[in-house]
Structure formats: C-alpha cells, structure tokens
Design a protein around this ligand. Structure first.
Ligand code: FE2
Length: 429
C-alpha cells in the first residue's frame, strides 16, 4: 500500500472513531442494508479482577518486571473497549484469548458477566476463545500488601460454564465455533489451545478435529455464498524470524491448505499472543496478529467484509474519548520505562559513558514502542537517524539487541496495521 493509502487509512480510522462517537457510523442497521459486515476483534486483554491486587505494592513491583502490560488498569481498558464497541456498532465482537491475567477464576467470572451484560444490552454478539493464560494456570495469584497467595484458577470445562452464551464447542476441538456476522461474512474461531492435566502450554496444536471443523465450515460457507475469516490465539504464520515455536500453531499444514484453496476463505486469520501488532502474508494467506489490548497503544481490529468479497483489516488504538485524560501517554511511558529497566543491566555491562548509555536506552524504548504499536516501518527512517541507533551500531559485535533491531527493521516491509485482499477472492468467481 502506498504512503498516500496509509495516510488515508489513518484518516479513515480517526473519522470512524469520531463518527462513531457522534452516532454517525452505520450500526447494524445500515451495515445490514448494504450487506457489509463489520467485525471487531481484540486480544490479550489479560483482565485481572481489581479485588485480586488493589492496594498491593508487591503487585506493582511484579508488573514493573513484566512485559509492559498495564494490568493495574485492566478494568479501565475493558470498559473503554466496550464503550468503543457500543459506539462503533459492529456486527460482532471477538476476543481471541488471554482473556485474563493468569487464569484467575474471579477475573473470568467478572469478565464473563460484563461481556454477557454488554451483549444483552446492545444485541451485539460476543464470542471468545481461551488463550494460554486462561485455563489451569499455576500462576493464578491474589496480591496484597507485602505478598501474594495462590487463588483459584479454572478447568477447561469450567471455561465453558463461565462463558455460557459467549462460546461454542466442537468435539475434540475445544471451544471452536462459527459466528455468522451476516449472511456473507462468517467467523470461524479455532480453539487450538492444549490444556493438560495441570497446565496450559504456550503454543497451539492443530488436530484432526480442527481440520474437519474448518473443512465443513468452508464447505457450508461456499454453499451459502459466504466468506470465512478465521481466528486463533497463537499465530498461524511466523510473524518474524525471531519468533520461537511457542508463538505458533503446530501442525498447521492442512489448515493452511484449506485456507489458501477454498473459494469461501477470506484468507485472513486473526491472532494475538505475541502482544505486538504485526501482519505477515505468505503464499496468499495472511495472519494478522493484533497488538495486546493490555499493552500500549491498546489496539483493536476492525474487519470489514463487503458483499463483493472485498475484505479489509485495520488496527487502531482505543479512542482517547473512551479513556481517562492522558491515559495513552501514561501507558506509553510505562511501556518504555519497563523496556529501559530491562535493558539497563545489558547496557551497563558495555562499559560505555553515561551519556552513551542514555542514548542506547532511549533508543531501545522508542524502538520497542514502535514495534509493539505496529509502526516500525513508518518510524524506521526517524529511528535510524537518531543518535541512539548509531550508538547501538557501534556495539553490533557484542550486543544481541543491535542485531535484533536491524533484522526487525529489515523485515518491516509490510503495513502492520492495515491489510486488504484483492477482488480475485470473491466467492462468486
Ligand atoms: Fe497474552
């Protein structure tokens, strides 16, 4: 997509956000008239019940050593997401896993109640699938002043009970299900999680039952003249050359083939798990990993499916209007500072001057923020012109971060917030 096209998309996202607030964006009514489906998707909310951490110094200290999630405000993020959905009035809302911080039963109960009440109030269907932080999590903790203690997590069966009305189920394929956003746009949610006797494993596994489920769904969609967008928690394609196997779905061969070859496939999979906003396309199949809702800049995705088979994916931050004043700036600062704190021991070991070290750390903070926000391609030139980049280049031989940043910038060729298919994907052809 051209730079002009990107500018247009950003402008469209802002207009959609503003128009939604004014009640001008088509709700289900107008979308239904033109037959266009609008599906909102978010992932990795990592909701934590405030009752499990409020007033705990230990909790905040643990978060500061974490991966940049703003979990101390996950209740604010949940409400902001629901406000955004209320104003955008999509045909469906999908949450693709890691619904809770670490599988606490209390967090699940509160989240499910909020989602169910929202769906009943608005009439907007909501569907969820679990992620690797939702079921049988040994790290489910309650925090208090000076310490923490274990708290109840949930089993795979309890997940279905708690999220009744918000999940489907498929034999041997967990909570995999189909949501028909409208007559031309279906969403197939694939639960590829593996929940063993006492733990969830980080990667997904595609089993025979998933293949059968998708094959049948695509056949039915073809018959009905619908396009199918799929969802998984883990990535269906490797997002970067650095991604370990734990980020992906194992044994995806048949799934890939079905999605590439079926005329009913939108050839778009929505995922999450890596917390960064990133899109990759391989041999005509696209995996769009939406950035974690729990991490700056708190992105969600809007997928549109036109009656003529054109499909778009667009990721955008939660509207400032739905967040407390200064929230996004505060969150970015939180995320940058955690990156910098993590990198400080490494930079201190290089034996550079204090001034040089600050350049290194400033750059690492900006680089990581851009990568997670999905704007590395757009910010690449400015980053490479900064004094911090030159400082890292002087350390290429000894610093693994220097090689990591160069490789990710080399790979940053695709728009990581926006994707659209071509008219060749129309199921009518
Ligand atoms: Fe996550």
């Amino acid at each position: 997509m051209s730079a002009g096209g990107q500018r247009m998309n950003r402008r469209m996202a802002i207009l959609l956000c503003l128009a939604g607030l004014l009640g001008l964006v088509p709700g289900g009514g107008r979308a239904a008239e033109v037959g266009m489906a609008r599906i909102m998707a978010a992932t990795d909310l990592h909701y934590l019940s405030p009752s499990l951490y409020q007033g705990s110094d230990v909790f905040l200290a643990a978060l500061r050593r974490g991966d940049g999630k703003l979990t101390q405000h996950s209740d604010v993020l949940l409400q902001a997401l629901l406000d955004e959905v209320r104003h955008q009035q999509p045909d469906a809302l999908i949450l693709t896993g890691d619904l809770t911080f670490n599988g606490e039963k209390q967090s699940h109960l509160e989240l499910a109640a909020a989602l169910r009440a929202f769906a009943e109030e608005t009439g907007i269907p909501v569907r969820v699938i679990p992620g690797n932080h939702d079921i049988l999590i040994a790290d489910a903790h309650a925090f208090f002043q000076g310490g923490w203690a274990g708290t109840a997590t949930i089993t795979e069966a309890e997940f279905g009970e708690i999220y009744a009305g918000l999940v489907g189920a498929t034999p041997d394929a967990g909570y995999s299900t189909v949501l028909r956003a409208n007559e031309r746009a279906w969403v197939a949610l694939l639960d590829v999680g593996v929940y063993t006797k006492d733990a969830s494993i980080p990667f997904g596994v595609c089993r025979e039952a998933h293949n059968r489920f998708l094959q049948q769904t695509l056949a039915e969609a073809e018959e009905a003249g619908a396009l199918v967008v799929t969802c998984t928690h883990q990535n269906l394609l490797d997002q970067t050359s650095f991604n370990p196997e734990s980020f992906g779905v194992w044994y995806p061969g048949v799934l890939h083939q079905l999605l590439r070859e079926s005329p009913a496939s939108a050839r778009l999979n929505l995922s999450g798990h890596i917390h960064a906003q990133h899109i990759v396309t391989q041999d005509g199949l696209t995996d769009a990993a939406t950035g974690a809702l729990s991490v700056s800049p708190h992105l969600y995705a809007m997928v549109t499916v036109d009656p003529d088979g054109e499909v778009t994916y667009s990721a955008q931050p939660l509207c400032d209007a739905h967040l407390p004043e200064g929230f996004q700036a505060m969150s970015r600062q939180w995320f940058r500072s955690i990156t910098i704190d993590k990198d400080r021991p490494q930079t201190a070991a290089f034996g550079v001057s204090a001034e040089e070290e600050e350049k290194l750390l400033d750059f690492a903070g900006d680089f990581n923020a851009a990568f997670f926000a999905g704007t590395l391609r757009e910010e690449r030139e400015a980053l490479m012109a900064s004094p911090g980049y030159a400082a890292w280049k002087r350390l290429t031989e000894v610093a693994s971060f220097a090689r990591y940043m160069d490789q990710l910038m080399d790979e940053a060729e695709q728009d990581c917030r926006y994707w659209e298919n071509g008219p060749y994907l129309s199921p009518a052809q």
